[in-house]
Write a protein that binds this ligand. Structure first.
Ligand code: GYE
Length: 331
């Protein structure tokens, strides 16, 4: 469902704007029925995942400054990576009758109930960065963010190329993101599909490090003991890769040489480690979604059609490219 591209969400949105909310609705639908609000009167509630990684910090900063620049009020909450906190935050935004709710779902499933509450209240919902797994795509206006399967494929492509002359098995440890989160599911899927092209690639262990540096370090420490012959670590984000570097060094090995590392994100700390040769390759995932979110909020306010899926454009980085990009990198 979530992968359908290019359809339009105007229907659900226009219903909301036309004030077609049930009788229990006390406000937002009625207000919208009067036509577009002045942008300075708009209020958007944003339920963030947490502050688990450098990516997330950059994402929060970008969203906050985009709203400031646009002069649109932003109510912001941090769920500390817990779905129940995010659900609470969304319910509170519904109660406050905000004009738009945006959120980045911690995990893919379990959103239908609260999103139906938002729908019944006539409040449009925008998914930023992560998708939900729901059969009902009328529950959100658009999903704005990266193609995580493609990111996994790019990581896999690099691995296939890097080991093209090796005939021995290539032992891989995968550090997964938060269990059940879209980027963890999709980055594993894309990578697995690509490395399946050659049976010499063996994922000898795959565990979650919850997208954090501490998680990446702890899991790598344990997995290095049980897998002494590992060639490569594929981490679903830079922070877990940075944690893995610490664990590899503590084990007396050289990250980037004895054990190669490929990660996703390309935040400053990750790019610095890549420039230093401790990480070997990074697939970019841009956290700069603020401006696009503002665009969508304005479209919703104006009753304009919104694309159902807005995909972020991204690149990849080798060591040389990281050295070149670092001085002007915004995050
Ligand atoms: O890659 C990771 C963060 O959802 C794309 O979440 C995001 C991911 C990002 O914790 O660093």
């Amino acid at each position: 469902m979530k992968k359908i591209i290019g359809t339009f969400a105007a229907g659900a949105m226009l219903l909301a704007l036309a004030g077609c909310a049930p009788a229990a609705d006390t406000g937002s639908g009625d207000a919208a029925a009067a036509g577009p609000k002045a942008e300075s009167d708009l209020v958007v509630g944003f339920a963030q995942v947490g502050a688990e990684s450098g990516w997330r910090t950059a994402n929060t900063k970008d969203i906050q400054s985009a709203f400031e620049e646009a002069g649109i009020e932003l109510k912001f909450s941090d769920a500390q990576q817990k779905q129940e906190n995010q659900i609470k935050a969304i319910r509170s935004y519904i109660q406050q009758q905000v004009d738009v709710i945006a959120f980045s779902p911690v995990v893919e499933t379990g959103w239908d109930a609260v999103l139906n509450e938002a729908k019944d209240a006539g409040i449009p919902v925008v998914l930023t960065d992560r998708a939900v797994d729901s059969a009902d795509d009328s529950l959100y206006v658009t999903f704005l963010g990266s193609d995580f399967v493609l990111e996994g494929e790019k990581a896999g492509d690099w691995v296939v190329e890097e080991y093209k002359d090796q005939t021995e098995p290539v032992e891989i440890i995968q550090l997964e993101g938060t269990t059940g989160a879209a980027p963890a599911i999709d980055r594993a899927e894309g990578f697995a599909e690509v490395i399946a092209s050659d049976p010499k690639f063996e994922v000898v262990a795959s565990q979650t490090g919850d997208f954090t540096r501490a998680g990446g370090k702890q899991v790598t420490e344990a997995l290095l003991k049980s897998n002494p012959g590992v060639d490569l670590i594929y981490a679903h984000n830079d922070d877990m890769g940075l944690g893995a570097i610490e664990a590899i060094e503590a084990a007396g090995l050289v990250p980037g040489k004895d054990i190669k590392i490929v990660t996703v994100d390309a935040v400053k700390d990750g790019m610095t480690a890549l420039a230093d040769g401790k990480i070997n390759f990074i697939v970019e995932c841009s956290p700069l979604l603020g401006k696009q979110l503002i665009e969508v909020v304005k479209q919703i306010n104006n009753g304009e059609a919104t694309e159902k899926r807005i995909v972020t454009e991204e690149t990849t980085f080798t060591q040389e490219q990281a050295i070149e990009a670092l001085p002007t990198r915004a995050y």
